[in-house]
Every structure is written in structure tokens, then in C-alpha cells.
Design a protein around this ligand. Structure first.
Ligand code: SAH
Ligand code: SF4
Ligand code: F3S
Length: 469
């Protein structure tokens, strides 16, 4: 999925807040989220579960009785950030102890899953290590810590279904919400830790997803982004026991009244089925945006990555998707400097980018991850070459994004407003193509969709004027 280097989850933390059944907050939790959208979703659900236990969310770690780092293991830098953060938190814990206050430090997410007890060895101030499949047990594990247990490590994949064990969704303040429908991955790309940290591919049953979606929409959500490490491989059990595809799920969800927009991420090119492509033509609630990571444009590198398709196959797939939905905005992830990547391989990536024309992208230097096959390949690419290739690739991608945005100037797009902007009197939302759009308007339009005449564009955002009827 469009992995985001770090998400400042503090704002997001406030997005879901108290429901009526919750007890008044007597303790405070601070959550910091690293990594992808699925971690953002997991953090929200952890906070909702903790609200039941009397935890209110704080954006200041110094005030927190419980600190959770929800971590990402995808690249070395992401994992190392966790340890430097833990070093700071240890000092904070010592300071609070001198004041007579207890602070529980928990490490959740993919570093927790990958490194387990090693985390408490490297940083003994950590009380609890909890994997992505176990966080529904968080309240009871925190209970054990407060009764004096320390260094608890919970990283087994449990028998029970975490989703069934979590409380129902709380009231959301953000009109756009994530909903995890599928977890794990069986693709085993040779660079990637996800199959090891998130386990095998599992789809949630349709009824379960529908129930959560209805609850979210009833509490004010207008847009749902369905999440999965490999979301287009979704094959959840339908009400009649038969398997339902992602297109089928989108179709059912689009029947929910009040829900205006649907998105999904991340997809694998090999699982882009005919019915899903057709949904982009036929389902009016499905937004014209697709994140379809290609990683490289070189067939040799794609094969070494175990991506299971060629550059030509990807381009043909893009052509079919564009035939179904000509205005679709395309997005991708790229890795430069994969082991063995030559200048010619890298240029094949630039060629593919020129052939597609992307609306927005994420691009990364290859990072060797312990335990993955590519990490031990002999022909690692020197750091300086990776840096140079990434800069060239990003130049091209940024110019494509700027061009995509500029093409909207003078047009009118429907915008779902999500929050206040940085400037007084400004609100911010998203176009159907996932562009950020700024407009001057009162905050009571947040949660509503309005036509916006786009007046100017930059590489990252659009701004415009709301059209009145
Ligand atoms: N299923 C998602 C995976 C999320 S990881 C997907 O296929 O997109 C998000 C992105 O991180 C990947 O697409 C890839 O571009 C990048 N990535 C994964 N492992 C990496 C590594 N070892 N080094 C650099 N980038 C990596
Ligand atoms: Fe990782 Fe590949 Fe699975 Fe994506 S498809 S999560 S890159 S193994
Ligand atoms: Fe990172 Fe785990 Fe997501 S490794 S990208 S947080 S699935």
C-alpha cells in the first residue's frame, strides 16, 4: 500500500473519539504510528478498545500513562526510528517515575512481530511487545503489566479472530475512514518483509465488513478506503457461503445509503481481475484512482523480485484499465537499486514511467531486510548509485504529478471536505483523483461534497473556489 514514511497519528488519534458507552477517561494514552495505512487503522482500533478501559487520547507523551509505538519494518530506516524513539521514551519514563507516576511502554506493529523479545533486550524500558494480530488483547495485557509483570511478548498468531474480539467502531470525526478487509500476503516478493510480519493472506467475511462499514457510515463517514496488503486478492466468504471478490464487495458496500465514495489499496498487478476493472467503469461510487505498484520496469529485475509479471504485461493491464475508466489517476510504488539493477534496468523503469504517466507515487531506495531472499544477493547496488537513481526517478515522477494536477486547472471537481486547513477560513478535502484541494469556506462544509472550480495547482495540491448552485 502506499506506504507513508511516518504518519503523525496524533491528529488522527483525535479523529475517533468517545462513544456514549465509554467510561469517562481517567488515564491517558499516546500513540505514534509509523508505516502504512493499515497501521493507522490498527492504531485507531487500539485507541477505541482502550477508550473502553478509561483511556483518553493525549498528544503529549509526557502526560501519558500508556505509550504505544505502532511500528513499521518495511525498510531499515523505518525500524531504526523505533529504537531512537524508544531511547527518548525511556528518559521520559524515568522522569515520570521520579514524579511517582507509572508509564507503560508498548511496541506494536510489524517491528514487534519481526523482532519480538529482541526489542526488550535492546530497550529494557519496553513493557510490552504486541504483534499486529494480537492487539485485541491489549487491555488484558496492560492489566498484567500494571500488576507487576514486565517484558511481555505477544507475537503468536492467535486462534481467535481479532476483529470479532474488538469493540464496535466508535464515532468518527473524519468523514473519510479506513476499513481493513484483508490482511497478510502470500506473494513473497524477494525484497519484502510483509509476508513474515503480517502472515498469510486472510480475507474478512463480507457480513463482517458490511457491518463495520454501516456502523462507520451511520457515524458520519462518507468515504471508505478498503485496506489490504494485497486488497485485490480479497475473497471473503459471502452470506451464502460462497466466495466474494473485491468487485463484489465494492458492489455490496456501494448499496449503503449515505456512503458517497469507495477506494481500495494496495493492489497487485497479478490480481487485477476483469470484474474489478469493470467496476471502475460501472460502479459510480468507486473513485477513479488506482494504486498499482510496479516496482521496476525491467523484466530481469521484476523476475528477480518475484513480481510474477513483465513490464509489457503491466502496460497492457494499464491500457485495459484506462479503456474502462479513461480519466483514472494511476499511482505506484518503485524500488531503485534492487540487487543486480544495472543502468539499463533503471532506464527501463524510466521508460515505463514515461509510458504510463502517473498521478502520484512513492519511490524508495532498496533496503536489505533480514530474512528476505534479496538481502543476501551478492550484487548489492552501492548507496551512491541508489541515491543518484532515486533523484532521477523522482524528478520524472514529480513532473508527472505536477502535470496531472495542472491539467485540472479550469475544471470543476467534486471535493469531499475532510478538515480545516492551515490558514484561517480555509478547508481541505480530496478530489475523486485523491488530490488535496484547498478552498476558502466555513468549517460546517466538512463532511460534505461540493463542486470546486480549480484555480491553481502545484505539484502536491490544488486550490479553487466552491461553486454555488
Ligand atoms: N502490498 C503492498 C506492500 C506494502 S510495502 C504493496 O505491494 O504495495 C509498500 C512499498 O514499500 C512496496 O510497494 C515497495 O515499493 C516498498 N518496499 C517494500 N520492501 C522494500 C524494501 N526492502 N526496500 C525498499 N522498499 C521496499
Ligand atoms: Fe510485499 Fe510483494 Fe506482498 Fe506487496 S505483494 S506485501 S511488496 S510481498
Ligand atoms: Fe510497514 Fe507493516 Fe505496513 S512493515 S508498511 S507497517 S504492513
Amino acid at each position: 500500500m502506499g506506504e507513508i514514511p511516518i504518519i503523525d497519528s496524533r491528529k488522527r488519534a483525535q479523529a475517533s473519539t468517545g462513544v456514549a458507552e465509554e467510561p469517562p477517561a481517567t488515564k491517558a494514552v499516546f500513540v505514534k504510528t509509523f508505516g502504512c495505512q493499515m497501521n493507522v487503522y490498527d492504531s485507531d482500533r487500539m485507541m477505541e478498545a482502550l477508550a473502553r478501559e478509561g483511556y483518553g487520547v493525549t498528544d503529549s507523551p509526557g502526560d501519558a500513562d500508556l505509550i504505544i509505538l505502532n511500528t513499521c519494518h518495511i525498510r531499515e530506516k523505518a525500524a531504526e526510528k523505533v529504537y531512537s524513539e524508544l531511547g527518548r521514551l525511556k528518559q521520559l519514563k524515568d522522569l515520570r517515575r521520579a514524579d511517582g507516576k507509572q508509564t507503560v511502554i508498548a511496541v506494536a506493529g510489524c517491528v514487534a512481530q519481526a523482532e519480538g523479545a529482541e526489542i526488550t533486550t535492546r530497550q529494557p524500558a519496553v513493557d510490552l511487545v504486541i504483534g499486529p494480530q494480537s492487539y485485541h488483547r491489549l487491555p488484558s495485557l496492560i492489566g498484567r503489566v500494571s500488576r507487576g509483570e514486565s517484558r511481555i511478548v505477544e507475537t503468536e498468531f492467535p486462534q481467535e479472530d481479532k476483529f470479532q474480539s474488538l469493540p464496535e467502531r466508535a464515532v468518527q470525526r473524519n468523514p473519510s475512514a479506513f476499513l481493513t478487509v484483508q490482511e497478510g500476503c502470500d506473494k513473497f516478493c524477494t525484497f519484502c518483509v510483509v509476508p513474515y510480519t503480517r502472515g498469510i493472506e486472510v480475507s474478512r467475511p463480507v457480513a463482517d465488513v458490511e457491518k463495520e462499514a454501516r456502523k462507520l457510515v451511520a457515524s458520519g463517514v462518507r468515504e471508505l478506503t478498503l485496506l489490504g496488503q494485497n486488497v485485490n486478492a480479497y475473497h471473503g466468504q459471502g452470506p451464502d457461503g460462497r466466495s466474494v471478490s473485491l468487485a463484489g464487495l465494492l458492489d455490496r458496500l456501494s448499496a449503503i445509503e449515505g456512503l458517497a465514495r469507495l477506494r481500495y489499496t494496495t493492489s497487485h498487478p497479478r490480481d487485477m481481475s476483469e470484474d474489478l476493472i469493470a467496476a471502475h467503469a460501472g460502479n459510480p461510487k468507486l473513485m477513479p484512482f488506482l494504486h498499482l505498484p510496479v516496482q521496476s520496469g525491467s523484466d530481469r529485475i521484476l523476475a528477480a523480485m518475484n513480481r510474477k509479471h513483465t513490464a509489457q504485461e503491466y502496460l497492457r493491464l494499464i491500457a485495459r484499465i484506462r479503456a474502462a475508466r479513461p480519466d483514472i489517476a494511476l499511482s505506484s510504488d518503485f524500488i531503485v537499486g534492487f540487487p543486480g539493477e544495472t543502468e539499463a534496468d533503471f532506464e527501463a523503469t524510466l521508460d515505463l514511467v514515461r509510458a504510463v504517466g502517473f498521478a502520484q507515487t512513492f519511490s524508495f531506495k532498496y533496503s536489505a531486510r533480514p530474512g528476505t531472499p534479496a538481502a543476501t544477493a551478492g550484487d548489492q547496488v552501492p548507496e551512491a548509485i541508489k541515491t543518484e537513481r532515486l533523484a532521477r526517478l523522482q524528478d520524472l515522477l514529480e513532473s508527472q504529478q505536477a502535470a496531472f494536477n495542472a491539467a485540472l486547472v479550469g475544471r470543476v471537481v467534486p471535493v469531499l471536505f475532510e478538515r480545516k486547513g492551515r490558514h484561517e477560513g480555509q478547508i481541505v478535502g480530496r478530489s475523486p483523483y485523491l488530490q488535496l484541494v484547498h478552498a476558502d469556506a466555513a468549517a460546517d462544509l466538512i463532511g460534505q461534497i461540493r463542486p470546486v472550480a480549480v484555480r491553481s495547482a502545484s505539484q502536491l495540491t490544488l486550490s479553487g473556489v466552491i461553486e454555488t448552485a
